[in-house]
Design a protein around this ligand. Structure first.
Ligand code: SF4
Length: 198
């Protein structure tokens, strides 16, 4: 269950539609209607970035939510390994970029608090996300509304399946794609997109 003290205007960062579905459902059940932001420059290649964004449009329509969509796409940062010397890992950079942007956006657009659908996934580094979001909240003077949604991860995935939302098979960045079984399919189905960006 989400933080009962959320109150005010809440911005929910959506890493993708299937992960956002349970947090949206939970917040609405608790009487909080969040606005949603798609800010995921870590998703590669561009075809996949756009596909996940389209799914968020669908989710926004299903629940009648106000959604924001960022065009920021940073495959170059990942290919050049720009985290080296600044962060311990690419995932640290990935969480930092997203939580920092969302906290600043929340502050600049008059939200009282923000949260993220990353908190639903048992496959993400939950404690690190919590720490980075808390740091970003402090930096910009906005509240981070923490909820551990992981116990309902499967329920959220089932809801997304019932709504016909595309459920991706890799985390998002080019390295997670290369480590997955999905790479060959994307290269085969979208060769132009793949070659243009490398
Ligand atoms: S594996 Fe996932 S969290 Fe880590 S850098 Fe890639 S997209 Fe980001």
């Amino acid at each position: 269950m989400s933080d009962p003290n959320i109150g005010g205007k809440l911005l929910l960062h959506a890493c993708c539609a299937p992960c956002a579905e349970y947090p949206v459902y939970d917040l609405l059940s608790g009487g909080v209607t969040p606005d949603v932001i798609y800010y995921n420059p870590n998703i590669h290649p561009r075809y996949e970035f756009e596909r996940r964004r389209e799914q968020l449009v669908k989710l926004g329509q299903i629940y009648d939510l106000k959604c924001f969509y960022s065009e920021d796409f940073r495959m170059g940062d990942w290919l050049s390994k720009s985290w080296e010397g600044k962060f311990d890992s690419r995932c640290d950079m990935c969480y930092f970029i997203r939580m920092d942007y969302v906290a600043r956006f929340a502050k600049e657009h008059g939200y009282d608090a923000f949260t993220t659908s990353l908190l639903v996934s048992p496959y993400q580094q939950h404690d690190k996300i919590r720490m980075m979001a808390s740091d970003a909240a402090q930096k910009y003077g906005v509240r981070f509304a923490y909820t551990d949604w992981r116990p309902n991860f499967r329920k959220g995935q089932d809801m997304a399946r019932e709504h016909g939302l595309y459920r991706q098979k890799y985390c998002g960045c080019i390295y997670s794609l290369e480590d997955s079984k999905f790479r060959e399919k994307i290269v085969r189905d979208f060769p132009a997109s793949w070659e243009d960006e490398r």
